[in-house]
Structures are given as structure tokens and as C-alpha cells.
Design a protein around this ligand. Structure first.
Ligand code: ZN
Length: 95
């Protein structure tokens, strides 16, 4: 184990991965497709679902989250393509 860490350092991979705790497991907040403000955090600026490895959500909750995101996309509460993302700067693309 000692040698492993040393080798990693030599390769330049120094960053320590923090064990992330799933926020849904920790807070016991229910995943609801109507709770857009909560779900929005797990959607990228291009409307994509953020992968589990970046958010730290557990597999079970990621599955439920994905389902909730898809549901609220269907109800047009979340974007499903970058075209749907509202541009605050006001710079519109010319079609
Ligand atoms: Zn969880």
C-alpha cells in the first residue's frame, strides 16, 4: 500500500479523492420531479444529467434522480437540449 501511494505521487496524481456522501441519503430528502430547484443542481448548463462521479450521489438515488429529471423534462420544467437553456446575456444566435 505504501509503495502504491508513492508511485502515484511520482506520476503526478497527487489529488486526494474525498469520499463524497450522497446528499439524498444524508438529508433523507425525497427526490421529486416537481422540485425543480433541487433537481436543477444535477443538470449541467447544457441540460445534461451530471454523472454520479461528480455529484457523489449513490447509485440508487442517481437512478431515481435520472427518472425525476426525465419526468420534469417532459413537463418542460428542465431543459433537455442546449437550445432550451435561457441565455441571460441576451446574445441570441441568429438562425
Ligand atoms: Zn443515496
Amino acid at each position: 500500500m505504501e509503495t502504491n501511494t508513492v508511485q502515484r505521487r511520482e506520476r503526478g496524481r497527487k489529488f486526494i479523492v474525498k469520499p463524497k456522501v450522497c446528499m439524498f441519503c444524508a438529508d433523507k430528502t425525497p427526490i421529486d420531479y416537481k422540485n425543480v430547484s433541487l433537481i436543477q443542481r444535477f443538470v449541467s448548463d447544457r441540460g445534461k444529467i451530471v454523472p454520479r462521479r461528480r455529484t457523489g450521489v449513490c447509485a440508487r438515488h442517481q437512478r431515481r434522480l435520472a427518472q425525476a429529471i426525465k419526468r420534469s423534462r417532459f413537463l418542460a420544467m428542465l431543459p433537455s437540449s442546449p437550445n432550451h437553456v435561457y441565455n441571460i446575456s441576451g446574445a441570441e444566435k441568429k438562425a
